[in-house]
Design a protein around this ligand. Structure first.
Ligand code: NDP
Length: 386
C-alpha cells in the first residue's frame, strides 16, 4: 500500500523538495492533498503532475483560476484558511507534511493532530507559538510527530532505540548564516539580497532571514524544548559552518550520538515521510575525506541578539514565544521590503516583548489574540523607524 501524503505549503521550498522526493519514490508514496497560499500557477502545475484528490488555495481570490483548470480533471478545489483545517478530516490522507511558513501553520497543525494524522512537521513557528497545545494533543491522540527541520530530525534519529535513557543535553548546530563573524558596523550595511544568500541551505525567504539573524536557531531551541521534553539548560547552540553534523545528543554515560549527511533537506523530508522505514535514494553522499575539516564555535549573542531574545521568551514562557514569533514575522517582512535595517529586527521584537500583555497560561484563542495584537504593535514600532 502506498502512503497517501498531504503537503501543506507545497509551493514553498520544503513543499517542492517533498514533491521531488515523491517523484523519485513513486512506488511508496502518492499525493492526496496539495495546498498553497497565493501561488495558483505553481499549485495548478503541481496538481496536473501529481493528481491529488484535493487542493486548497488559502487566498480565496485565486479560487476561480485554480477551479477552472483542476475541476475538469476531477480534482476537488477548496479555498480559504478554514479549508486547510477541514481537509484534515479526510480519511484518505495517511501523513501530513506541514510546511506552511509562519503562524498560519498553527491552526492546520492542531487540526491534523485532532484528526490523528501522522505529522511530518517542518513549520517550526507552530511549535514556537503553540508547543504546549501541540504536545498535549499529540500525547492524548497518540500521534507521532516526526520533525523535518534537519536539526530536530537529527536528534529524533539519534534518540531512536534509546527508550527512556536520560538525555544530558542536546547541541543544536547552526551554520551561522551569511553574516557569521560580522560586527555591528558591518551588519548595519547588509541588504535583503545579502541575507537571502545563505552559504549552505537554499530555503524560503523568511527562514533565510531568520537564519542570517540567528532567530532561526532561537525558534529551533523552543521547537526542541517542546518536541523532546527538555529543560532549557539542556539546550546548547554551537556554530558549525559546514552543516554536516545536524545536531547532537549527549547521554548521561558520556556517549554522544548524531546524524550526519550533506546539507540537503530532501534527506530529512524523505525520512519523515517514510518513517519508520528508510528508503534508498540517489542523493549525493557525504565524503569525509573530501570534506577534510569540520569547524565549531560559540554563537555571537551580542551582535545577533535574536538568539538571546528567543531564550528569554522560552524562559518566561506563556504567550511570550508567540509575541516573539509574530513580531519577528512582521520585522522580517519589513526588512525584506527595505523598510527597516537588519539590526532593527531584534529591536522590533524586543519592543513587542516588552509592550504586549503577558499571559502566563494562554488558551488557543489567547494565541490568536496575542498574534493579532503583536502584529499591530510591531507595525507601529516599524513606523517609528521611517
Ligand atoms: P516558503 O516561504 O518557501 O514556503 C511557504 C509555503 O507556505 C508556501 O507554500 C506558501 O504558499 C505557504 N503559505 C504562506 N503563507 C501562508 C498562509 N497564510 N496560509 C497558507 N499557506 C501559506 O517556506 P519554506 O518552505 O522555506 O519553510 C516552510 C517551513 O519550514 C517554515 O516554518 C520553515 O521555518 C521550515 N523549514 C524550512 C526549511 C527550508 O529548507 N526551507 C528547513 C527547515 C525548516 P505560496 O507559495 O502560495 O505563498
Amino acid at each position: 500500500m502506498k502512503k497517501r501524503i498531504g503537503i501543506f505549503g507545497s509551493t514553498g521550498s520544503v513543499g517542492r523538495q517533498a514533491l521531488e522526493v515523491i517523484r523519485e519514490q513513486k512506488e511508496f508514496f502518492e499525493v492526496e492533498v496539495l495546498t498553497a497560499h497565493r501561488n495558483a500557477t505553481m499549485l495548478i502545475s503541481q496538481a496536473m503532475e501529481f493528481k491529488p484528490n484535493v487542493v486548497v488555495i488559502a487566498d480565496k481570490s485565486h479560487y476561480n483560476q485554480v477551479f477552472d483548470v483542476l475541476d475538469p480533471m476531477d480534482i476537488k478545489v477548496y479555498a480559504g484558511g478554514e479549508a486547510l483545517d477541514q481537509v484534515m478530516e479526510m480519511e484518505s490522507m495517511d501523513v501530513v507534511l506541514m510546511a506552511i511558513v509562519g503562524f498560519a501553520s498553527l491552526s492546520p497543525t492542531l487540526a491534523a493532530l485532532r484528526n490523528k494524522k501522522q505529522l511530518a512537521l517542518a513549520s517550526k513557528e507552530s511549535l514556537v507559538v503553540g508547543g504546549k497545545l501541540i504536545r498535549q494533543l499529540a500525547v492524548e491522540n497518540r500521534v507521532p510527530i516526526i520533525p523535518v527541520d534537519s536539526e530536530h530530525n537529527a536528534i529524533f534519529q539519534s534518540l531512536m532505540g534509546e527508550g527512556n535513557n536520560p538525555i544530558e543535553k542536546i547541541v543544536l548546530t547552526a551554520s551561522g548564516g551569511p553574516f557569521r563573524g560580522y560586527n555591528r558596523k558591518k551588519l548595519e550595511m547588509v541588504t535583503p539580497a545579502d541575507a537571502l544568500k545563505h552559504p549552505v541551505w537554499n530555503m524560503g525567504p523568511k527562514v533565510s532571514v531568520d537564519s542570517a539573524s540567528l532567530m532561526n536557531k532561537g525558534l529551533e531551541a523552543i521547537e526542541a524544548y517542546w518536541l523532546f521534553g527538555l529543560e532549557i539548560h539542556q539546550i546548547q547552540v554551537v556554530i558549525h559552518p559546514e552543516s554536516l553534523i545536524h545536531s547532537l545528543v549527549y547521554f548521561t554515560d558520556g556517549s554522544v550520538k548524531t546524524q550526519m549527511s550533506l546539507p540537503d533537506m530532501k534527506i530529512p523530508v524523505q525520512f519523515a515521510l517514510s518513517y519508520p522505514e528508510r528508503l534508498s535514494n540517489s542523493l549525493k553522499r557525504l565524503d569525509l575525506i573530501e570534506q577534510g575539516t569540520l569547524h565549531f564555535e560559540s554563537p555571537d549573542v551580542e551582535n545577533f541578539r535574536n538568539l538571546a531574545l528567543a531564550f528569554e521568551a522560552l524562559e518566561k514562557g506563556g504567550n511570550l514565544p508567540c509575541i516573539l514569533n509574530a513580531a519577528n514575522e512582521i520585522a522580517v517582512q519589513a526588512f525584506l521590503k527595505e523598510q527597516i535595517g537588519f539590526l532593527q529586527i531584534p529591536e522590533v521584537v524586543e519592543s513587542c516583548m516588552g509592550s504586549v500583555e503577558f499571559i502566563g497560561n494562554p488558551t488557543q484563542d489567547d494565541y490568536f489574540e496575542t498574534d493579532k495584537l503583536t502584529r499591530i504593535k510591531a507595525g507601529e514600532s516599524i513606523k517609528k523607524f521611517d
